[in-house]
Design a protein around this ligand. Structure first.
Ligand SMILES: NC(=O)c1ccc[n+]([C@@H]2O[C@H](COP(=O)([O-])OP(=O)(O)OC[C@H]3O[C@@H](n4cnc5c(N)ncnc54)[C@H](OP(=O)(O)O)[C@@H]3O)[C@@H](O)[C@H]2O)c1
Length: 489
């Protein structure tokens, strides 16, 4: 960017700035003042929330898919064979082919726009004598058939889960955060949302822009104090609808700057030239840093004047965001780190932080995973999976290893360990417990619903528990009460 000549005010750029924010004055347009105050709105596309169901063709998985669809929630089904997937799941659902044991198939497309994962995969088990094409012998689960594993449990239950966890994007790991702008993976409309707003609107000659680079967005340009100017900024057009950040504690910026002091301004009204809520932050030359801006530390300002009275910041109605480099701090005081000339602030991301953490990865494991080899265990009283663990390739042992991968992943999780699964209709009261001692049965229908409910329950976060049905006792449907009985791991 070339340094502007002192005093050369650029009227064309002034009009362009106003036009960008949709506040251009048309001669004879009586709404001009109104437009100026109202600002222009830009629809900000909220990303769709999609739940990824792994093992979607299985007995639990297909019920999870069906229930999610009935609740109007978008679903993506991870299946090994799309043709088979269509037969089982119908035509109205999105399928993606992948295999947990083949990490190269777990591509970013599998996780695009995913908000949560329900994993119901498991090693295929069948009677030694073979099963029917629809696996009736395995599913009915009441009459005992000597079982055998078809796939290798170590690969499916442990390495497969490890592959899946490794591929989960970081957006699911920071579940208490809401990413507002990830400039390392910018949406196409970023240029439509952010525009320069420099002191040209007051007669100054400073000039800035927001450029996209492979590392993020670069707020850069030249700031001059000529013509009583001295600020540059980039600001979003008004969001439509405004963002609701009520559940969060503040804004987190990930930036790499030039050692100068910048301002972050957030507005909770539509007005173009209106009250902003401001926070000054210092950057460290060429070092990436994280800046946390708690909402309760924002200073209400009109331009650079602080306001003692006025509406408190309303996080439920965020209309616009702005980053600024200004000669002034507040009320005429000077920015101690200001120097006219070139500047640059690289921005990797802007997030809301401190939101309620919900589980993002629900795993269907199994009761009994800690029992094989446990001293003092009476095998006679244990279910077949525990008794036959060794013959079944250590299936429970590998499931436990898979659980451990999830627990140490940093992704908010719920691990559900059902007792023997049945094809009963469901709707029974559920008994949950920790410690891996309970025995019993539970319907796949009830486990499917439990998986879905877990995704909405903060108390289900980071807990592992066993579950069985209390037969002849109807479900309470009070999920909060059910999950309140559980302590986190
Ligand atoms: N049976 C019981 O009594 C019992 C009790 C407690 C816990 N569990 C566990 O609960 C879970 C759900 O049980 P379920 O009866 O619904 O199991 P299921 O019907 O056998 O379903 C297993 C699912 O996992 C998929 N899968 C297997 N290997 C895979 C791989 N490498 N990559 C991707 N997907 C793969 C299968 O896909 P395909 O269709 O392609 O084979 C299938 O969709 C399982 O982990 C099971 O071990 C079972």
């Amino acid at each position: 960017m070339t340094e502007p000549q002192k005093g050369q005010w650029d009227g064309g750029r002034f009009l362009k700035t106003l036009a960008y924010f949709k506040v251009i004055p048309f001669i004879g347009n009586i709404n001009w003042i109104q437009n100026l105050l109202g600002g222009g709105a830009k629809k900000r596309q909220e990303k769709p929330n999609i739940i990824l169901v792994v093992g979607a063709t299985g007995g639990v998985g297909k019920r999870v898919v069906q229930r999610l669809q009935q609740q109007g929630i978008k679903v993506r089904c991870l299946v090994r064979d799309a043709k088979r997937g269509r037969t089982i799941l119908g035509n109205s659902v999105e399928l993606i082919e992948a295999d947990l044991t083949l990490p190269e198939t777990l591509t970013p497309a599998v996780f695009q726009d995913i908000n949560g994962i329900i994993c119901c995969s498991g090693t295929k088990v069948q009677p030694v004598e073979g099963d029917t094409p629809n696996r009736e012998k395995y599913y009915q689960g009441i009459k005992f058939y000597m079982p055998e594993v078809v796939d290798v449990p170590e690969l499916v239950e442990y390495k497969g889960i490890q592959n899946l966890i490794n591929a989960v994007p970081r957006t699911l790991r920071n579940a208490g955060d809401k990413i507002l702008f990830d400039f390392t993976q910018p949406a196409e409309d970023v240029k439509e949302i952010w525009g320069a707003l420099d002191d040209i609107v007051m007669g100054g000659i400073s000039e800035s822009s927001l450029k996209l680079t492979p590392d993020g967005a670069l707020f850069t340009g030249y700031v001059s104090t000529a013509n009583s100017g001295g600020f540059v900024s980039v600001r979003t057009r008004n969001f439509e609808p405004p963002l609701n950040l009520y559940d969060y504690q503040g804004i987190e910026l990930r930036v790499k700057g030039d050692g100068k002091r910048y301002k972050f301004i957030i507005r909770c009204n539509e007005g173009w030239d209106s009250v902003g809520y401001c926070y000054s932050f210092d950057t460290v030359y060429n070092i990436p840093i994280t800046i946390r801006i708690p909402f309760d530390k924002l200073i209400p300002v009109f331009r650079a004047k602080t306001l003692n009275e006025g509406k408190p910041f309303n996080a439920s109605q965020v209309f616009s965001l702005q980053l600024m480099l200004s000669k002034f701090e507040y009320d005429g005081a000077l920015n101690p780190k200001f120097e006219p000339g070139l500047f640059q602030l690289e921005i990797e991301s802007i997030k809301a932080y401190g939101g309620t953490v919900l589980p993002r990865f629900v795993q269907v494991s199994s009761a009994g995973v800690t029992r094989p080899g446990k001293p003092g265990l009476n095998l006679e009283e244990e279910p077949p999976a525990v008794r036959l663990n060794e013959q079944l390739g250590g299936i429970l042992t590998w499931k436990l290893r898979g659980e451990e991968v999830i627990r140490s992943s940093g992704i908010p999780y719920t691990i559900i360990r059902p007792c023997a699964l049945t094809e009963q209709p469901g709707g029974s009261a559920l008994i949950v417990d920790k410690g891996d001692t309970i025995k019993g049965q539970v319907s796949r229908e009830d486990i499917a619903e439990l998986c879905i409910q877990a995704l909405t329950q903060p108390k289900a976060c980071n807990t592992t528990f066993e579950v069985k049905a209390e037969l002849d006792s109807p479900a309470s449907k009070n999920w909060d009460e059910l999950f309140s009985q559980l302590k986190s791991d």
